[in-house]
Design a binder for this molecule. Structure first.
Ligand SMILES: [Zn+2]
Length: 316
C-alpha cells in the first residue's frame, strides 16, 4: 500500500513537472517576436475583418461633428485597446462651409525599433446628406476592419519593425457638398500632416492610405498625385504576391487623405477602388444607401491587408 502510494505520488509529481515544462514552453513560444519578413496574415483574416466592419457600421451614419461620430471614435478607441495598443484621440474645432464643426482623429502607435514612422491611415467618417440609414460600409467602414485586424495580429505576433507604425483613423475626409476646398474635407489628414510638418518633419518616412477596399471585384488604383517612388513599391509588392490585392495606375488625380501629406513633401500613396457598383465599371453603390456590408467581400479585405504588409516589408 505504502509502495503504491509512493508510486502514485511519484507519478503525480512527474505529471505536474511535465505540465509545468509544457506551460512554460507555450508561454515562451507565445512571447517569441516575429520578424516583419516572416509575418503573414492568418488564414481567414478576411472573416475577422468583416466582423469588425459589421460591428462598426452598427454606428451609422458617422457624419463628422455628430453624436454618432463621437460614438464611432469611442468604439475605435475601445477596439484599439482590445488589440493591445494605447488609443489616442486628437479633437479640435474647425471652420467649415457649415460653420464651426468638431472633429476627432483616433490613432495608435505600434512601437518600432526607432521613432521613424510609417502611417497606415484610413477615414472613419461618412459622407453627410445621404440618408439616415447610410452605412458607408465600403466608404469608411471597410478600411477600419482591415486596419484593426492587421493591428491585432501585429501585436499578437509581436512583429518587429524598424519603423514605428502609426495606425491613423481620420475624421472629416468627406467634404460637405460636391467640392473639396481648403476648409472643406480632408480635415483629419490635414491636421496630422500639418502636425508632423511643423513638429516632427524628419520622423515621418511614409504614408499608406487605404480607402474603399471591400468591393467584390477589387482593383486598387494609385491616383496620379501620389509619390512615384512609393507607388512603384506598391506595384512591386502587388506583383510579387499573387494573394495580394491587384494594383493599377489611375489616369486621374484623386483628392483623398494622402494629399495633405504629398502637398507637404511627404512620401504618400492612396490605394483606392473607385468603381463600386452593380456592374464592374459602375459606381452606383458609392455615396448611396446601397453601400451596405452585404456588398463587401472578406477576400478583398484580406488581400488588401496582405498588400499593406507586403509594402511594409519593402519600405521598413
Ligand atoms: Zn466618400
Amino acid at each position: 500500500m505504502k509502495n503504491k502510494l509512493f508510486n502514485f505520488l511519484k507519478s503525480a509529481v512527474f505529471v505536474t513537472f511535465i505540465s509545468t515544462i509544457m506551460l512554460f514552453c507555450t508561454a515562451c513560444s507565445a512571447k517569441k517576436p516575429t520578424p516583419l519578413a516572416e509575418f503573414n496574415l492568418q488564414n481567414n483574416s478576411g472573416a475577422a475583418m468583416i466582423k469588425y466592419v459589421e460591428r462598426f457600421v452598427e454606428i451609422s451614419p458617422r457624419n463628422s461633428g455628430t453624436i454618432n461620430a463621437g460614438k464611432a471614435g469611442q468604439w475605435l478607441s475601445r477596439e484599439i485597446k482590445k488589440c493591445g495598443l494605447k488609443p489616442q484621440a486628437d479633437s479640435w474645432i474647425e471652420q467649415t462651409p457649415n460653420g464651426k464643426m468638431a472633429f476627432c482623429n483616433i490613432f495608435a502607435d505600434y512601437p518600432g525599433e526607432t521613432e521613424k514612422t510609417i502611417i497606415i491611415g484610413c477615414h472613419y467618417d461618412t459622407k453627410a446628406g445621404i440618408g439616415p440609414t447610410f452605412q458607408g460600409a465600403n466608404d469608411g467602414g471597410s478600411t477600419v476592419g482591415v486596419m484593426l485586424e492587421l493591428m491585432r495580429q501585429m501585436v499578437e505576433k509581436k512583429v518587429i519593425t524598424k519603423h514605428t507604425i502609426r495606425f491613423a483613423f481620420f475624421d472629416g475626409e468627406e467634404c460637405l457638398g460636391d467640392s473639396y476646398s481648403a476648409n472643406n474635407g480632408l480635415h483629419g489628414s490635414t491636421r496630422m500632416a500639418h502636425t508632423y510638418f511643423t513638429t516632427a518633419k524628419d520622423i515621418l518616412d511614409h504614408v499608406i492610405i487605404i480607402d474603399m477596399v471591400g468591393d467584390k471585384d477589387l482593383v486598387l488604383e494609385l491616383p496620379r498625385n501620389v509619390t512615384p517612388k512609393l507607388a512603384k513599391q506598391a506595384m512591386l509588392a502587388a506583383m510579387e504576391n499573387k494573394d495580394a490585392a491587384r494594383v493599377s495606375l489611375a489616369t486621374t488625380y484623386c483628392i483623398d487623405d494622402h494629399w495633405p501629406f504629398v502637398e507637404r513633401g511627404f512620401s504618400a500613396i492612396d490605394l483606392i477602388d473607385y468603381t463600386y457598383g452593380s456592374t464592374p465599371t459602375g459606381r452606383d453603390y458609392w455615396h448611396t444607401l446601397e453601400d451596405t456590408v452585404d456588398k463587401l467581400s472578406p477576400e478583398s479585405l484580406e488581400k488588401t491587408g496582405i498588400l499593406v504588409i507586403d509594402i511594409l516589408k519593402l519600405i521598413d
